[in-house]
Design a protein around this ligand. Sequence first.
Ligand SMILES: Cc1cc2nc3c(=O)[nH]c(=O)nc-3n(C[C@H](O)[C@H](O)[C@H](O)COP(=O)(O)OP(=O)(O)OC[C@H]3O[C@@H](n4cnc5c(N)ncnc54)[C@H](O)[C@@H]3O)c2cc1C
Length: 285
Amino acid sequence: MKLPAFEYACPATLSEAVALLASHDGDAKAIAGGQSLVPMLAFRVASPSLLVDLRKLPGLDQIKITEAGVHLGALVRWRDIEDDARLRRSHPLLAAAIKHVAHYQIRNRGTVGGSVAHADPAAEMPGIVVTCEATIAVTGKSGARVIAADEFFQGALTTALASDEIITEIRLPAWPAGRRFGFEEFALRRGDFAIAAAAVFYDLDAAGRAANAHVGVIGVGDRPARLPSVEAVLNGARVDADTIAKAAAATSAAVTPQDDIHASAAYRRSLVGTMVERALVAAAG
Ligand SMILES: Cc1cc2nc3c(=O)[nH]c(=O)nc-3n(C[C@H](O)[C@H](O)[C@H](O)COP(=O)(O)OP(=O)(O)OC[C@H]3O[C@@H](n4cnc5c(N)ncnc54)[C@H](O)[C@@H]3O)c2cc1C
């Protein structure tokens, strides 16, 4: 399908890119891997007058691992995460989730910044960002700011980003040794978007009980969400079969998915409980 006509720019600096985005009265769009935007252009879901290609912006393809955590430059691709063996230790939940993203060709081009900016409710990376309480560093014409994950996602394909702002980095807090985690997803085919998925982690206190539990769900609402009622089931409890069953039931009770062409709301509600159950079994094991 032919794309609509647009102007194209490929700036070499962040300030130039921001100035270009600000120059078209909100009608310019950044393009990173193009794996979501190009289909949207083809289907006329988007028709910006200017595309600002981010690929030459220096330093945005870096993965930095420090005591503060894992910082992913916005242009880091799925494949870069998969290939970086350090991440399997420094952020095993991220590494586990990214295995489910898309197909080989798309993984070679798609970026973390593009995924977070696109804000598909069934995408893995926004789910990890919310579950892990990541922050999103952005730069626009009024300067740089850092946005908390729970403020960033505002609905399906809707974020707190202003039209002249570019995501520069996604910052995941440090991952302590010994943390328990699990990521489980159900999709119609391998590499498809999730029908439902769950990301969970918790630490163990001195008595072997769960503490600091984080439970995030994907594909069961207009944005990824943490489930405080399920986290409350886990915190202070031994993560045994009884606790896991209660957490799964609390998950299904906490979500309000919609019917769509892929699944009924009732099916998704049940499925996401099963995803949390499986993720907790993996974490406890
Ligand atoms: C067949 C198919 C299957 C897929 N399956 C999955 C899947 O299972 N899971 C999944 O998560 N994704 C999936 N994707 C999407 C894929 O992961 C995309 O790569 C990703 O969602 C967007 O990244 P991108 O770099 O390609 O962004 P682009 O397509 O270039 O841009 C997407 C949006 O983000 C904006 N944008 C991009 N970068 C920035 C930035 N740094 N700052 C501000 N705005 C920015 C653009 O303006 C645009 O609005 C699939 C895509 C296809 C085509």
